[in-house]
Design a protein around this ligand. Structure first.
Ligand SMILES: Nc1ncnc2c1ncn2[C@@H]1O[C@H](COP(=O)(O)OP(=O)(O)O)[C@@H](O)[C@H]1O
Ligand SMILES: [Mg+2]
Length: 354
């Protein structure tokens, strides 16, 4: 008799990337091997309510999952000896034993170490990076500082705090002089390009900072790199593997939210047309950053290449877009790992302990 593994897939979340998570999770649910796994699903609404979900996957994709009477209140126990999902059924708590959790959550509360802390307390193995690594990769100011410490090339950058901006405690002229216009202004913690602007003048920098501070109390200002956008998927724990390199040609001036998810004219090139030397440099930098940030399971590492062929690290995503047509799985597909096998591998890494 084959014993099935009970997996809990968590989707949604109190994040600007809620919709992206629904699509990623639906893909995972539709592609996971049912002869190995019993799949349980738990959705987190936009206002942070946890609901055990028993309906069809297409209602998740359509964001109609929480309205149809297929949900029950649920919570994960922080009692490490419990290893169960606790579901309220007519005021009685039903416990479902869970062997492994796949948090298919992007951005705030999903990819930033917060839920990873809860998963650690639950004692249940989970897919992806741990608390510190998730938090460090989510916060662009922290990631950039750590990348500077190992001398990975990246755009010149500065951190500006909301309090200092609001109380005129920054010398914006000096920052603009040091980085030179145009600049990219980003909330340190957001995702999917939310709150990010390209600023061409001092006035635009001020407007961009005001926008960024609607999403976070820290903003990162970066010199704009003119060139190409390249991405590399990495998986594994102590001996991570890099995929081939992919390229994005955004349909807008930069890869903003629309260009990522709405306008279908952005193009992906897989593999990216690069020399072997260029793609080897990107892959080895991807692994270097992944290891330095103590990643586990998976991450997508993003770069720019300027018109002189110099490669710059841009950012790392510890739970990258994960629909079957997203860059992360497509790069591994090109490298010989089909989507269902990729899910399988990531779950295996969750169980792996040194
Ligand atoms: N320093 C930069 N130079 C050129 N383009 C940039 C720079 N920083 C960001 N961008 C553009 O903005 C997009 C979103 O920025 P990114 O740092 O990747 O944020 P997010 O975490 O939201 O994806 C990038 O994909 C790129 O198109
Ligand atoms: Mg990005």
């Amino acid at each position: 008799m084959i014993i099935l593994i009970n997996i809990l897939i968590i989707f949604g979340g109190k994040s600007s990337e809620y919709e992206v998570s629904l699509r990623s999770a639906a893909s995972v649910i539709n592609n996971i091997e049912r002869d190995k796994y019993n799949v349980y699903t738990l959705g987190i609404t936009k206002d942070g309510k946890w609901l055990y979900y028993e309906g069809d996957t297409d209602l998740i994709e359509k964001d109609e999952w929480s309205a149809g009477g297929f949900t029950s209140d649920a919570f994960l126990s922080v009692n490490a000896s419990d290893n169960s999902l606790n579901i309220f059924e007519n005021s009685i708590i039903k416990k479902v034993h869970i062997d492994v959790i796949f948090p298919v959550l992007h951005g705030k509360n999903g990819e930033d170490g917060t839920i990873q802390g809860l998963l650690e307390l639950s004692g249940i193995p989970y897919v992806g990076c741990g608390v510190l690594s998730s938090a460090a990769c989510m916060d662009k100011a922290v990631t950039n500082t750590l990348c500077d410490s190992i001398k990975i090339r990246q755009a010149n950058w500065r951190l500006v705090k909301k309090y200092d901006f609001n109380h005129n405690r920054i010398d914006l002229e000096e920052i603009i002089d040091a980085l030179s216009l145009p600049l990219f202004v980003k909330p340190a913690n957001a995702g999917s390009s939310v709150g990010i602007s390209k600023a061409n003048t001092k006035e635009e920098v001020i407007n961009a900072l005001t926008l960024a501070f609607m999403h976070d109390s820290k903003a990162v200002l970066e010199s704009a790199i003119v060139g190409r956008e390249l991405e590399c998927s990495v998986m594994g724990n102590d001996c991570p593997l890099a995929s081939c390199v992919g390229e994005i040609a955004p349909c807008n001036e930069f890869y903003d939210y629309d260009a990522k998810y709405i306008d279908e004219n952005s193009k992906l090139f897989i593999p990216a047309p690069l020399t072997e030397k260029q793609s080897d440099e990107i892959k080895s930098n991807a692994i270097l950053v992944y290891k330095m940030l103590d990643c586990r399971g998976l991450a997508r590492v993003d770069f720019f290449m300027d018109n002189d062929g110099l490669i710059y690290f841009n950012e790392i995503n510890t739970i990258p877009g994960f629909t079957s047509i997203s860059m992360y799985p497509k790069l591994f597909l090109q490298s010989g790992v089909p989507y269902p096998q990729l899910i399988e591998k990531l779950i295996e890494y969750a169980f792996e302990k040194e």
